[in-house]
Design a protein around this ligand. Sequence first.
Ligand SMILES: [Zn+2]
Ligand SMILES: [Zn+2]
Length: 408
Amino acid sequence: MLGNASESSIHSSHAVSEIQLGSISKRTMDVYVPDHYRVLGVAVAADGAAIKDAYRKLSRVYHPDRHGGSSRATSCFQYISSANTELSDPVKRLNYDRTLLLRDPLRMVDDPRADRALDVLDLVVKRLKRRPDALPGAVRGRDLRVRHTVDFALAAVGGVALVRVNYDSVCGTCLGQGSTQPERNPVCHVCQGRGSVKHGLRRQPQECGFCGGRGAVLLIYCQTCTGRGIAAISRVIGVQVPARTQSGAVLRARGVGEQPTLGVQPGDLVVEIAVAPHPVLTAEGHDLVVRLPITWLQALTGGSVQVPTLEGLERLTLPAELAGHREIRVANRGLPMADGKRGALRVVVVVDCPLQLSRGQIATIEDWQATVAKASWPLVAEYEANLLALSEPVLPSELAPVDAMRSP
Ligand SMILES: [Zn+2]
Ligand SMILES: [Zn+2]
C-alpha cells in the first residue's frame, strides 16, 4: 500500500472527478499516483530550502482564490500542498522516499529535467493542442430517453410535440476545450505537456492527474462549463408525432442526444409517448364517441348543442323528438385512417333527469303528465306491450301434441 492518508484522499477525489466528467477512458481504471518531487518540480535530491521555495512559488500560481474556485486549480493546489507536507517533514520524507524507491527504483536516480520544470511552468509557452478525447470504442454519444405526455387530439391527428430535454454535451462556448484561450494556460510542469507520466518499473504511461491529462493546466477556464468541456444543456425540441399515435409509441430524433466531445457522433433523443385521455371523447375503432346529455325539453324540441371534435368545439343541430337511445353520426369527424379518410363522430344522446325538484315543481309535472296519453311515451308503451304479451296465459289446447312433433 502506497502513501498515507492525505495521498489516498487525493486519489479518491481524482477518481470521483473523472467519473463525473463522464470520461469514457479506460484510463479511469488507473489511479494517479502523484510523484511529490515532480509535483513540486524539484530534483529528488533537492534540499529543504529548494522544496520550500518551489512550494511557495507554485502555491502562489495555483492558489484557488486566484482562480475563482476553478476545480482544476483547486485540485492542483491540493497536490502541491500534499507534496509539501510530505517532503518538508524529514521523517515523512524518508518514509515517502522508501515507498518511491520500492515503486520506482530508477526514479531515485536524479532526474536532470527536474530543475528546469519550474522554468517550463513560468514560460507559458506555445499554443496547446489538446489530445483527442475520442478514444477507440467511443464512436457515438449516449441516447437520451424521456417520457412525454401528449394530448388526445395531437396523438390522433399528428403534429409537433415540444419536449424539454436536459443533458450533458460538449460545451458550445469552448467547443469542449475547457478554455476559450487555451494558449494562455501554462504547460503542465509535471508531465511536461505530454498529458501522461511514465510510472513504475515497467514505465507504464499513466494519465497525469495534475493537469487531468490535458498537458496544460486550466487556470483560465471556460465560464460556461467551468473547464469541464462538457456543459449542462436544456433545450426544447419539436418532435414530429405521427397521426394515430398510441400510448407506448417510441419516437426517435436523430442526433439530439449526448455528445461527449466534438468529432463524436451525438446520440439520439428517444421519446416514449403517453397519450392523455380526452375528458369526453373516447375512441372506438376509427370512430370517436361522445355521450351527450340533454334535458327533457331539448329531447322534445331538438335544437343546437355543442360537441367536441379533434378540431375544437362544433355546433350540432339536434332533431326534435329524440326519444330512446339515439345516436347521431357526424361523418368525417372521427380518427384519421391510413387511406386519408376519417371515421365518424358518434354522438350518443342521453336524456337527463332533473334532481332535487321542489314539491310544487313535481306537482306541476304530475298535473302535466296526467294530460299526456300513455301512447305518447314510446319506450314505456313498447315495454308495457311486451309485458302484456308475457302475462297472457298459454292455453293447453294451443300447445302442439308432443307425438305429432316427433312424427315425420
Ligand atoms: Zn466550455
Ligand atoms: Zn500534466
